[in-house]
Design a protein around this ligand. Structure first.
Ligand SMILES: [Zn+2]
Length: 116
C-alpha cells in the first residue's frame, strides 16, 4: 500500500509510514477518557428548576443562559419553565385587557390609553 500522506510505498501492515511517520489507519490514536470529577454538578431535567423559571421567568432565562453549555438538560428545564411562565403571563394580560375592554367603555379607553 501507499502512504496516505506522502504517497510512498510502504508495507501493507504498517501502522505508521516508515518515511514520514503519518498514521495509516483511520482510527484515531487512543485517547484517555476525560477524568471523572466527583465535584461536577449533575445535569438533568428538573421540575423544580422549571417551576422556578415559571414563577420568575427572568431568573429562569438567566439560569438558562448560564447553564446552557455546562448543564444543558437543567438549563432546558429552566428555559421551558420561563417560557411557559411568560406565555401564561401574556395570556393573563390579554384576558385582563379583554375583560376590561368589555366591562365598560371607560375601561376600554383606559387600557387603550395605557397600551396603545
Ligand atoms: Zn508517508
Amino acid at each position: 500500500m501507499f502512504c496516505k500522506k506522502c504517497g510512498k510505498e510502504i508495507g501493507d501492515n504498517e501502522t505508521y509510514c516508515t518515511y514520514c511517520g503519518a498514521p495509516q489507519n483511520d482510527v484515531p490514536p487512543q485517547q484517555a477518557p476525560p477524568a471523572y470529577s466527583a465535584n461536577a454538578p449533575v445535569d438533568g431535567s428538573s421540575f423544580g428548576w422549571a417551576f422556578l423559571g415559571f414563577l420568575i421567568p427572568l431568573v429562569g432565562l438567566i439560569l438558562f443562559l448560564v447553564w446552557k453549555d455546562t448543564l444543558p438538560l437543567r438549563s432546558k428545564s429552566c428555559g421551558k419553565g420561563a417560557l411557559v411562565g411568560v406565555i401564561l403571563y401574556v395570556i393573563f394580560i390579554i384576558i385582563s385587557v379583554a375583560i376590561g375592554a368589555c366591562a365598560a367603555a371607560s375601561a376600554y379607553d383606559y387600557y387603550a390609553a395605557v397600551l396603545l
